[in-house]
Ligand binder design. Structure first.
Ligand code: DAT
Ligand code: MG
Length: 138
């Protein structure tokens, strides 16, 4: 069981003014913020971050979208962080997301779905390392 996961508040949710609402839900669900920054991905860095999806038909669209504006990146801590955070964000497609989840509330479509959440302990570590040095973690 992991105790850390990695998240991004994606450009659609930032544009819609939902940073505060989403952070509120993350805090209310019992996650502690270990690291956080307001930043952006370039087309190149988005391509690297999402490299595992490079053979999927939506890869180009995904990288365009993720580099279309600022994001909030964060490392979060809680018992069972990876699985519990996936439960909090809901299904990839907001049409299938459970009531009360972040994507149900704030995502517009499968492509622009408000938040990222790591899918495994291994990827949580890789993704956190992509954005944060040791000195940026508390
Ligand atoms: P998740 O973000 O729920 O882990 P994923 O890892 O399968 O989902 O895909 C990564 C992102 O790619 C997802 O958040 C949004 C985009 N995406 C996934 N499936 C898509 C599709 N069918 N059409 C467009 N974008 C898609
Ligand atoms: Mg994923």
């Amino acid at each position: 069981m992991s105790n850390r996961t990695f998240t991004m508040i994606k450009p659609d949710a930032v544009r819609a003014g939902n940073i505060g609402n989403i952070l509120q839900m993350i805090n209310a669900a019992g996650f502690r913020i270990v690291a956080m920054k307001y930043t952006h991905l370039t087309m190149t860095s988005a391509g690297k971050f999402y490299e595992i999806h490079k053979e999927r038909p939506f890869y180009g669209e995904l990288c365009e979208f993720m580099s279309s504006g600022p994001i909030v990146a964060a490392i979060l801590e809680k018992d069972n962080a990876v699985a519990d955070f996936r439960t909090l964000i809901g299904a990839t497609n907001p049409a299938n997301a459970a009531e009360g989840t972040i994507r149900k509330k704030y995502a517009a479509s499968v492509g622009e779905n408000a938040v990222h959440g790591s899918d495994s302990d291994e990827n949580a570590a890789i993704e956190g390392n992509f954005f944060f040095s040791e000195l940026e973690r508390f």
